[in-house]
Design a binder for this molecule. Sequence first.
Ligand code: ADP
Ligand code: ZN
Length: 733
Amino acid sequence: MSLPASILKDTFGYDSYRPLQREVIENVLARRDTLAVMPTGGGKSLCYQIPALMFDGLTVVISPLIALMKDQVEQLRAFGVPSLFLNSSLSPQEYQENMEYVKRGEVKLLYVAPETLLAPRILALLDSVKVDCLTIDEAHCISEWGHDFRPEYRQLIEVRKRFPKAVCMALTATATSRVRQDIRASLKFATTNEFVASFNRDNLFIEVAKKSDPTLQAVKMLDRYKDQSGIIYCFSRKQVDELAAYLLSKGYSVRPYHAGLEDAQRARNQEAFIRDDVQIIVATIAFGMGINKPNVRFVIHFDLPKSIEGYYQEIGRAGRDGLPAHCLLLYSYGDVAKLNYFIEQKEGEEKRVAVQHLNAIVRYAEDETTCRRKPLLDYFGESYQADNCSSCDNCTSAPAELVDITVFAQKFLSCVKRADEKFGAGHIVDILLGSKNEKIIRWEHEKLSTYGIGKELTKKQWMHLARQLLMTGYLSQEGEYHTLSLTAKAIEALKKRGVIFGVIQEAERVRKDGKKKEDVEYNQELFGLLRQKRKDLADVAGVPPYVIFSDRTLVEISTYYPQSMESLLKISGVGQVKLRQYGDPFLEIITQFCEKNNLKEYVHPLTVPQQNRLPSSRSKRVGAEEIGERTRVIADAYNAGATIQSLMELYHVVQGTILEHLTKYILAGNTLRNGDDLKEMSAASVEQQKTAFAAFDELSPALLKPVFEKLNGTLNYDQLRTLRLLYLISRQS
Ligand code: ADP
Ligand code: ZN
């Protein structure tokens, strides 16, 4: 293992790099000035923290926000990295002490605000030690083109000259090429030393829903993510206060946040959220800057945001830890009118830009077919290629399913006939529904044999069915009253009782449950216990809970049930120092829980895990009685000889969906035929297949992510899904 990789594991407890982290780190270690552009949550910090641990001298990190410095230093210390900050929040004595530490070379990372760095005594301090790296965080602040220009940042150019031997690193999440160019030009970086990561955040489920009953819609999300952290963005302070008060009255753990609150109150509310004392923040867009909380599980836009840029930044605050998170935008045309009203008060260029921004977000919100990631990433100059991201509403909304509608069609057609082909669809539906309206009585239609025989569908559904019968040529329509009559095709169908296929409309647009395919399954009860322990430890240490362990770490523990120090070390986010510090209290909980529930450790089993050795949450969930109808139908068709390709076409779904169904089927203890198409589809060499099978042996086929990481991403998820199925088929008894 190379040194940086061993620091990644031993100190930070991570098994693999996030995209571009390795490249950036290597470039910095080669002492080339580097610009790294990564989205929020992309893992920028590690890009300078790992080199900092390898240099013998000091790494100075310039950061504009005091709150963020404190947060970073707390996190680093928990990992056992000697680091501190110098800023105005320190008492004169603390300040002096910190300077002494730096002077004595006892610190690897020093965080400072730009104005602090410019102070003569700090420059003198740094002259007296060896500075190996100068890191400029939030580097877009250097650019007048950015959204957050700070004049102090421009003076950093001089500071950079003062330490010519230090390698310089600039980090930002602002992707526009103009800002990037500006940063490079100001700091004299070569273009070859620029690394721009994709801005796609694939753990975010992105959804836009019609705003029908926004409070209820928000409450539904809160209930779905019970006890988890989330942010609700509202347009106005008034709305924030009202919604927060309402939710509070309903017993939710919630606080408001907006510029109208007193500073102290605002700070308290934010702190409570960060420390998991409060789960939900209802806020205006004033909230979010300078917040590093990684375990935000959902972001709701209660009102329409003003621009795509702002929207993307806001949803970016969800799921920084890489675990699935849900972003819901509630959209109504009323909101557009409201925003337009405000825009009308503006003038000139400002007005023009605001209109453009609004139009773009409206187009985005109204689009019900394109993958949400396409327009979003487009906006940042990145083209998103995948056909189906499988984690946005448009990619996962269920395609209308063709079903046998013969009985409904017969009822409708014969009712048209019984009413002498003299009426429009509305009246026919009234008869079917058994309405007692005046027109029915006048025509004595309550005496028809078809009166009231259609109560199983709603009026809306019957009308939709009528339109289908018209479109498919069973009915024709004439005259100003849209009178319906039967066609020859309908008469034939009624006589022969042939099967008619169609769609029965759902009351609302049907969506799959919005769960990502990679949704991690874990033991929620254990997770809850670990979380409580984490909170207790955090309160004692006076730090936010995520400083102790991330949610991701707790989720992995609740999946694999590690019961020794050695196994615990294999969990993501557990480095040597954290193991020593927190290993015991957490192990105690895990072992007790496992003993009580008769659960075995689930790490690196040497033999093939049988179905019953899968993590319990998984095996419980896919118990035989729980396979859905769809799964059974698809598996039966596959066993009868249908190919994966034909099933994809038949159900209008992507390959991964069919593979999921088949996997579920086999995991529930059923047998599947060994199809040749699977092998071809995996597009893996014999060698790769062997490696993958070995990884499934070692890590279990229950979760793909560990296997993906173990293979260093050499096989993609679709390939792994295919190989997992082949693996399971090969293990069938
Ligand atoms: P950014 O500054 O780009 O928004 P951070 O540096 O704060 O992102 O990282 C976001 C989260 O991801 C942090 O909780 C961090 O510990 C975690 N993280 C970073 N790199 C990795 C990695 N290679 N593997 C797992 N987690 C990582
Ligand atoms: Zn999509």
